[in-house]
Structure formats: C-alpha cells, structure tokens
Design a protein around this ligand. Structure first.
Ligand code: PLP
Length: 474
C-alpha cells in the first residue's frame, strides 16, 4: 500500500493548503499592525462547530483551515497591539515561520539531532550574551514555570548532593524569594519535595524589591534552626509590578552563606540588554542560574523559555541517567541528560531566526520602546485626576493604575467593574491585579507592535468607561 493511500497526506491539496494558510497568515499579520475597533466574539455557528462530535471521516482541508482561522480570529490574541493584560507575547512573524518549519521537520532533540542540536547550543550562547550572563550551559523549556523548576532542581542537588537518589529525608530544605515572586517558585518547592511551607517569602521595600536585610536575618535564623537553604530566588521583574530585586546585594548574601542564587527573569531579564535599564541588573554575572521567557519580552510565539546555568555540569548532575534505549554515543551527554523533558519541540529555532533576521539591536530597541511607553503612561496619569499610579516610577514596563472616585463607598468594586467593562468593550484589553489588598488595572507593555497611540487609547477608554461605571456604581 502506498503511504498516500493511508489517508494522512494532503496529496494534491498540498500547494492549495499552503497557499490558503499563507493568505490567512498574511491577513493576520497585516491586521495585527494596527488595533481593531472591537474584538470579534465567537458566533453561534462556531459554538456549534466546537461542540460537534468526533469526525469519523475527514473533510476538505481548505475548509478546515478556514475554520481554524475563524477560531483563532474569535480568540483573544496577545499579538494585537492593544492587548495589555498579563505579560503578553507578540507572535513575531519570523517566530511563526520558524515554528512552521520546525514542526514540519520535527527533529528529535532528546538525543543529538546534528545541526538542530548545534543550533540549540548556539541559541543558548547568543541568549546568554544578549543578557550578559556567563552561561556554560542551558536548555530550552516550555515556559518560565518549567525553567524555574529546572534551575531549582539543580540548586537542590547542589545543596543536598544525592537528593535525587535518596530523597530529602533528614534535611529541612528552605527556599527564599520575595513576597511578590511568581507562584512557580512555590510550585517548584512543591514538586521538588522542599515543601511550600518552607518557601520563605521575604518582605519587600518601598520599591517592591526583596529586602536584603530581611533575607540575611531569615537565613541566619534558619541556619540556627538546622535548615538547609537550597536557593535564593531574585525576581527581575515581578509579575505584579515589574520590580527588579537587587541582584548584586543578593549575590553578596548568597556568597556569604554559600547558597545558590537563581534569577527568575522570565519577564524582565531581556531588559538587562538595554542601556537605560542595564543598571537594574548589576550583578547578573555573579548568579548561578537564570530563567528567560523568550515568549514574553523577546517577542517570539509561545512556547519558548530558556534556563541558563553557570556551571557546565549542574543540570547533568540532577538529570543525567543511563537507559538501555538512550545510549550515550561517544560518552557524550544526550539532551535528555540536562532537561526534565524527553520529547521537545525545536523551540530554539524561533529565537535563532529572531536574532538572525532582525539582529540583537532591533530587539534591544523594541524593549526600550516598551519601557518608554510605561514611563509615558505613568507621567500621563499624574495629570489625570481620575486615576492614580503607585508612588514609585515603573522599573520596567508594568504600570498599575486605578480609578479614584471621590465619595465612592467601594473603590475596589468600582475598579473591578471598570476592568470588566474595558474587557467586554473590546477596544483595549487589560487585566486586574490585587496590590496590597486593593484592585488595580495592570497594563504591561511587551509587544513590539504597540504604539504610543495605543497606550493613549488605553487611558482614553478607561476614562470614558470610568465615567459610565461611576454613574452605575459610584
Ligand atoms: C516572573 C515570572 N516567572 C515565571 C512565570 C511563569 O512563566 P510561564 O507562564 O512561561 O510558565 C511568569 C509568568 O508570567 C513570570 O512573570
């Protein structure tokens, strides 16, 4: 039987399918260039399609491609320039092309895939050079969560050698991060057997950065209590406000007590490459490991994170293993010896194509533009009496703000309602966040497509809908 008789080849529909896809992609890219008036919501017909039972027989691929595009077009897309919620990715065009190519060839990166493996190494080293961290090794993962767990698994093995083998019996491991660290640090403590209760959430200062004096005191207390500090996690910047923990001072503490220092730079560490922000990252060259989400502020599509590590064998110490089905050719490590995953997509290709096509300077410039937009929004809000910001200027590109209404009995309910109104209005998209117990709108700028006009639109829409909300809830 010929393989195309099996029914899984596009056969003579190949060219038409590619052309149709290319046409849709081109329209999407052109549409993403500017904001659209409103988000398009899923139609009744689409709801019906999406509750249909399993198709026993296939149907025409061109129709299926059109349906897929309708689904995507009726979904919230972070690539659009007025998507300011969470920490968005931007669906960079060459990144999308890289994904199509990578998934078409689909190399096996669990072992040496020849050129693809070389490209992964090169991408790790380009990324490390870009942010200014002397990595000896590193690996690509699905996201900041997995990168953080991967780095902290190495830290655990360094603090308690043999833990992967014998477990943590007899040890009382502890982990240190600020009260505003990402939940993935707690998740790492949970899955690595450290225990969420042994994560020491250290107080923050007025600029919402980890307090170094409080960290030192906590470590001293824990050592006196016969705990084993596994790692200090510096967040650069935090998911809530973009605060950058003071890496150099934390490195002093880490050296003083011989504790692993990990930087969770999932969101913010690419800004270390930007002249105006580099000072915030002083000391990055002294840490043990760094998480970088390329699908955040390096603009490529999800999922593409990297964990970079200072010592060449730190990852292998915790992940290397021998299996009959995974021989070590020539005594070299396989990729699965330094990752949590076996099968992995070829994520590095999109980062490599980003740097190769646009160059590092274009990436730096785009990050700088986003930082300037954050500064601009912060300054604009100072002259709008209906809104207020946090007292300190944005360190990176997150600018929480909230509506202030004289005489309003429940300002949090008002800000909640305002955020919901903005989301259902659909001209801009922003998410709420709770800061010090109160509701804020929390725009984040990480999209190279966002213009200053888009930032102005956020404030205009918030002002317009704020007036409506005041009438209804004020
Ligand atoms: C500081 C920080 N760390 C880790 C993560 C988790 O990243 P991911 O969603 O890629 O797993 C995030 C996500 O926003 C983050 O902001």
């Amino acid at each position: 039987m010929d393989y195309d008789e099996v029914g899984l080849s596009l056969g003579d529909q190949r060219e038409a399918a590619l052309a149709r896809t290319a046409q849709h992609v081109l329209s999407a890219w052109q549409e993403f260039d500017t904001a659209r008036d409103r988000e398009s919501l899923p139609s009744e017909a689409l709801h019906e399609l999406l509750t249909a039972p399993l198709p026993r027989e296939g149907s025409d691929v061109l129709g299926v491609i059109d349906q897929a595009v309708e689904v995507l077009d009726s979904s919230l897309a972070q690539s659009r320039p007025r998507y300011f919620a969470f920490i968005g990715s931007s669906g960079l065009e060459v990144g999308a092309l890289a994904d199509l190519l990578a998934h078409s060839y689909d190399p096996n990166l669990a072992v040496d895939a020849r050129a693809a493996t070389e490209l992964e190494w090169q991408s790790v080293s380009w990324l490390a050079e870009f942010i200014g961290f002397p990595a000896q090794t590193g690996t690509f993962t699905s996201g900041g969560t997995i990168s953080n767990i991967t780095a902290l698994a190495s830290a655990r093995e360094a603090a308690i050698p043999g833990a992967r083998e014998r477990g943590l019996g007899g040890f009382r491991p502890t982990l240190y991060c600020s009260t505003e660290a990402h939940y993935s640090i707690t998740r790492a403590a949970e899955v690595l057997g450290i225990g969420a209760a042994n994560v020491r959430a250290i107080d923050i200062d007025a600029q919402r950065r980890m307090r170094v004096d409080a960290l030192r005191e906590q470590i001293q207390r824990d050592l006196a209590d016969e705990c084993t500090p596994v790692a200090i996690v510096a967040t650069t910047g935090t998911t809530l406000t973009g605060a950058v923990d003071p890496i150099a001072q934390l490195a002093d503490v880490a050296e003083e007590f011989g504790v692993w220092l990990h930087v969770d730079g999932a969101y913010g560490v690419p800004a270390a490459a930007v002249a105006s922000r580099a000072y915030l990252f002083a000391g990055l060259d002294r840490v043990d490991s760094v998480t970088v989400d390329c699908h955040k502020w390096m603009f490529v599509p999800k999922a593409c994170s990297a964990v970079l590590v200072r010592e060449a064998d730190s990852l292998a110490k915790v992940f290397a293993h021998d299996e009959a089905y995974m021989p070590h050719a020539g005594g070299h490590y396989n990729a699965v010896d330094i990752t949590m995953e076996y099968s992995r997509p070829f994520r590095a290709l999109k980062l490599w194509m980003l740097f190769s096509t646009h160059g590092a300077n274009a990436v730096r410039d785009a990050i700088e533009v986003n930082c300037n937009q954050a500064e601009m929004l912060f300054d604009w809000i100072q002259s709008r009496p209906l809104f207020k910001t946090l007292s300190s200027r944005p360190q990176l590109s997150i600018v929480p703000f909230r509506a202030v209404v004289d005489g309003c009995s429940d300002p949090d309910a008002h800000n909640d309602a305002l955020c919901a109104a903005i989301q259902s209005d659909g001209r801009v998209y922003v998410s709420p966040a709770t800061i010090d117990g109160h509701v804020w709108l929390r725009p984040c700028f990480t999209n190279f497509r966002t213009t200053d006009d888009d930032v102005a639109a956020l404030l205009d829409v918030a002002e317009e809908l704020g007036a409506v909300c005041r009438t209804l809830h004020g």
